[in-house]
Design a binder for this molecule. Structure first.
Ligand code: GLU
Length: 500
């Protein structure tokens, strides 16, 4: 048997360190067994998936040296490797399940499903689909379909018994079938859900081992049932522990930057980041903390992964990065890395455009753009002195802006400006007053490069961290104060929208 593993990111946001961690472990497992490592793009969510996000994920994984043997960009004989290009395959497979009595068309309207859910919640019962359409006869289904009535396809699920999930890292996990919903496999728009596409593709791409995040373990019963319905042997499952914030909660961008781009901008070397990700639940047999992908692959034994919630700690990452800088690079090499990191035209050109008109000498430029290349100087409450704004006004602005920017998926100057204008309308603060604390938070100065263009270039993670540091400099927020601001924030126009 040739071992084949895969990483299957959904291109719906910034490239996440969790994706790189899963990719690394799959890569090491495959390499250790002289197998193949595949990259598949799971873009079944047509609304949230973007090609931009896909490109950023591919670039980041490549930057980390996590190369794949087959994928949308490099090809391979089990392609296409992008799910949006495999729609026909899923339709054929779903039809097979319907024909063999394992799946059914469901015409229930959203109103009916909402009412059902409400009733189930009120009765404190199990929440889930009640099988309303399961018994529709073929003629009725055909008639309703041809009249153009929208429908989805759901899988049948046994009502009794237990599903036992074998996992490389755990004792068998049991989940009652009653807890498993009759999952939608094909949506009303004819596109598959994650569950169907994932199973069909893992089978057709001959994936032998699925190493993925722990959060998917509750989906395993649906997947195992689909394998059974299709008559396919399931791959070996292995659910890896989730990365955690230092306080042990699930790694989240609100507490810890999660985007690979952030760490790249911070000046973390790819070999240090990938090494650090390798330390998440894994240790080299000799206890050595510094190792490269090749060494990790050589010694990799997935059963030695520890389940105790690995903490992604920036201080430890910086320490390891420092070792790479000091121990692995000559000063000449450091220069090369620095020029490469700071001097890439596609990063520097948009920055230079912001100061070009205001420079008389070349030496004017560096001080004006310093905040793109290093953290602003340490802020104190005095940094926010302003003739009109009090400390609490600045705090409020920083809080509202952080909250508003957190929900955004579109990150460009125009969008950020319009969000700020809305906050201005809602609070009665003038744009100039809103800008002041932001300029200080981002650049350490009251006047700097044009704010929205600056934020666009810095990106959401760096922006979020600087806004948070500024709030800390202003004395931080007690739980009570944060709740009060949150309440006020919710009164602002547009604050309920998740994203547009
Ligand atoms: N597309 C899923 C994700 O984004 C993949 C989960 C899996 O590996 O099955 O995490």
């Amino acid at each position: 048997m040739i071992v084949r593993t895969r990483v299957a990111p959904s291109p719906t946001g910034d490239p996440h360190v969790g994706t790189a961690y899963i990719a690394l472990f799959n890569l090491c497992f495959a390499r250790h067994h002289q197998g193949k490592f595949i990259l598949r793009i799971e873009d079944t969510d047509a609304v949230r998936s973007t090609r931009e996000s896909e490109d950023a994920i591919l670039d980041s994984l490549r930057w980390l040296g996590l190369d794949w043997d087959e994928g949308p960009d490099v090809g391979g004989d089990k392609g296409p490797y992008r799910q949006s290009e495999r729609t026909e395959i899923y339709r054929t497979h779903v039809q097979r399940l319907i024909d063999e009595g394992h799946a059914f068309e469901c015409f229930c309207s959203q109103e009916r499903l909402d009412a059902l859910r409400k009733e189930q919640l009120a009765q404190k019962g199990r929440v889930g689909y009640d099988g309303h359409c399961i018994g529709l006869d073929k003629a009725t289904v055909a008639a309703r379909k041809s009249s153009g009535e929208p429908y989805v396809v759901r899988m049948k699920v046994p009502q009794t018994g237990t599903c036992v999930i074998a996992d490389l890292l755990r004792d068998p996990v049991s989940i009652e079938w009653q807890q498993v919903d009759m999952q939608v496999l094909l949506k009303a728009d004819g596109l598959p859900t994650y569950h169907l596409a994932n199973v069909v593709d893992d089978h057709l791409m001959e994936i032998t081992h699925v190493l993925r995040g722990e959060e998917w373990i509750t989906s395993a019963p649906k997947h195992l049932l689909l394998y059974q319905y299709f008559g396919w042997p399931p791959p070996v499952l292995c659910h890896l522990p989730l990365l955690r914030n230092p306080d042990k909660s699930k790694l989240s961008k609100r507490k810890n930057p999660t985007s690979i781009t952030y760490y790249k901008r911070l000046g973390i070397l790819p070999e240090a980041l990938v090494n650090y990700l390798g330390m998440m639940g894994w240790t080299m047999p000799n206890g050595e903390e510094k190792f490269n992908v090749q060494q990790m692959a050589e010694h990799f034994d997935v059963e030695r992964v520890s389940l105790g919630g690995p903490v992604f700690d920036i201080a430890k990452l910086s320490w390891l990065n420092g070792r790479y800088i000091r121990e692995n690079l000559t000063t000449e090499q450091l220069l090369g890395r620095l020029v490469d990191w700071a001097g890439k035209p596609d990063y520097v050109l948009p920055i230079l455009k912001l100061v070009h008109e205001r420079a008389e000498k070349l030496s004017d430029i560096f001080p004006k753009v310093a905040h793109f290349f290093s953290e602003p100087p340490t802020l104190t409450e005095a940094s926010f002195n302003h003739k009109k704004l009090q400390t609490q006004d600045c705090m409020k602005v920083l809080f509202f802006v952080s909250r508003r920017f957190d929900g955004l998926r579109t990150w460009n100057a125009e969008r950020l400006r319009s969000e700020l204008e809305q906050i201005g309308e809602g609070t009665g603060l003038k744009i100039r007053e809103l800008l002041f604390p932001l300029f200080v938070a981002i650049s350490g100065q009251a006047v700097s490069t044009p704010l929205f263009e600056t934020l666009e270039i810095l990106g959401p993670d760096l922006t979020r961290v600087r806004l948070r540091n500024a709030m800390t400099a202003l004395g931080g927020l007690s739980k009570k104060a944060a709740e009060a601001l949150e309440k006020e924030y919710r009164q602002l126009p547009g604050s309920a929208a998740t994203e547009g």
